[in-house]
Design a protein. Structure first.
Length: 156
């Protein structure tokens, strides 16, 4: 199991981001990472604590970025059929640099949008941040095995 967290709409200061990751450390003792949007972008922060299972290399670390830098993902879970999905994407010209299901999810979502989840078997929760659009896609498995909690502030 891993731990994921985020803040969308305004940046998280380093002190609070560090506290959030520390609180999640028990969920992912093999590493941690975070990403902050730049000052000219919509404020966003994504954090991840890692339990390395499939790809034990540092290339599987998160937050994971697309090659172009537009998309950033944090992911908790396991896509059981990721090898099949990877092969389908490779047949369409997608190139992979890791052995992780996270990268398969990232590239599948980029290519097919949120409906890519319908092809996935497993348990997951994720946030995919689109830097160009300034929007997040949140997803979780159909059965809620990896639940996602969120709060919306400032609406009303």
């Amino acid at each position: 199991m891993c731990g994921i967290a985020g803040s969308i709409g305004q940046p998280l200061d380093e002190s609070l981001a560090s506290k959030v990751l520390s609180a999640l450390r028990h969920r992912g003792p093999d590493g941690q990472g975070s990403w902050h949007s730049s000052p000219h972008e919509v404020g966003a922060w994504l954090g991840h604590t890692r339990l390395a299972i499939l790809d034990l290399s540092s290339q599987g670390n998160q937050p994971m970025h697309s090659e172009c830098g537009r998309w950033i993902i944090v992911f908790n879970g396991e896509i059981y059929n990721f090898l099949e999905l990877r092969l389908q994407l490779q047949k369409r010209g997608v190139v992979f640099r890791t052995e992780s299901d996270t990268e398969v999810l990232l590239k599948g979502l980029i290519r097919h949008g949120p409906d890519f989840q319908l092809q996935c078997n497993g348990m997951w929760a994720f946030c995919l941040w689109d830097r160009a659009e300034g929007r997040a896609i949140l997803g979780r498995d159909r059965f809620g095995k990896k639940p996602m909690f969120y709060t919306v502030y400032g609406r009303g």
